[in-house]
Ligand binder design. Structure first.
Ligand SMILES: Nc1ncnc2c1ncn2[C@@H]1O[C@H](COP(=O)(O)OP(=O)(O)OP(=O)(O)O)[C@@H](O)[C@H]1O
Length: 280
């Protein structure tokens, strides 16, 4: 895979504070925690960056800022050549639908009363796609998800957790976004199901030019998926390295401690073939 030189998204000096209720009560005044504290990060088309770090280090907040779900207190979000640092209402119209989020729970993005066909078609309808193009796109996505066409008429409760997460990812990529932020998309799944989701991200990368910021606690999860590893600690980015370098020669002491704490198996030895969940 070749990564184009021109950045797709640049985060520059991003700062985000939250007022902590606990701190406020203890100190009797208004205090805040810096969830993100001066972070700059660049992502290119077709690139997968894994964002790792301990719980509370600011990964989700940075991801939410990258897709426009959270407004930074300071810093700039630059998408292609246009820049945003204001309120959510001021997000440039041309950015609409170009950045999508995948959440840990697929239930956050799938309506239990909608069929899978409706859930996949909705973003395309909002983007103004015509019917025949919509149908072709949905067929393609179902192939990537490895689900049969007949699954389109079913409802979320008729699928396993892993299948639902694949469908939620399919919905996120349906209208051809340029960036996906996936926030712990495999955290609640068993190992073989996790591998299926990671395989799906690989397929999406092969078939499209979408970039992905993949937030995870699990270093072993992203070893064979990520191009770059970005490591957050206490709201700051302490290392951004190519994955190969990161796993062989981590630069920052915190990266080394993360690697020491987690066994990193060779995923090719655990790879499964086929879909253990059947066709739903
Ligand atoms: N809406 C909010 N209101 C108040 N504090 C928040 C809010 N969102 C995040 N925080 C705080 O900001 C800090 C960073 O949180 P964030 O969820 O971004 O970290 P994280 O690295 O994604 O953690 P995790 O891996 O546990 O999801 C934490 O101290 C968290 O409690």
């Amino acid at each position: 895979m070749s990564i184009e030189e021109k950045p797709l998204l640049r985060l520059e000096g991003i700062v985000k504070h939250f007022t902590s209720r606990d701190v406020k009560q203890q100190a009797g005044g208004k205090k805040s925690v810096a969830a993100v504290d001066g972070v700059s990060l660049t992502i290119h088309r077709n690139e997968i960056i894994a964002l790792v770090g301990e719980s509370g280090s600011g990964k989700s907040t940075l991801g939410r800022i990258a897709v426009g779900l959270e407004v930074p207190d300071a810093g700039k979000v630059i998408f292609h050549d246009s820049e945003w640092s204001g309120s959510r209402k001021q997000i440039p119209e041309a950015w609409r639908g170009k950045r999508q989020m995948v959440f840990q729970s697929p239930h956050s993005s799938l309506n239990p009363r909608h069929t899978i066909a409706d859930s996949l078609a909705e973003p395309l309808r909002l983007a103004g796609w015509e019917r025949s193009r919509t149908e072709r796109r949905i067929s393609t996505i179902m192939e990537w998800l490895m689900l049969p066409e007949k699954a389109l008429e079913r409802y979320p409760h008729q699928f396993s957790g892993g299948q639902l997460q694949r469908i939620a990812i399919g919905r996120a990529i349906a209208a051809e976004p340029e960036l996906i932020v996936a926030d712990e998309p495999v955290a609640s799944l068993d190992t073989s199901t996790q591998i299926q989701i990671l395989e799906l991200f690989k397929t999406i990368r092969q078939e499209t030019s979408v970039a992905c910021l993949f937030i995870t606690h699990g270093l072993q999860t992203v070893r064979w998926l990520a191009d770059q590893m970005a490591v957050m600690k206490s709201g700051k980015l302490v290392e951004v390295s190519y994955a190969e370098t990161f796993f062989s020669q981590p630069q920052h002491p915190y990266s080394r401690s993360l690697l020491e704490a987690v066994p990193v198996p060779d995923p090719t030895r655990n790879r499964i073939s086929g879909d253990e969940e059947g066709d739903g």
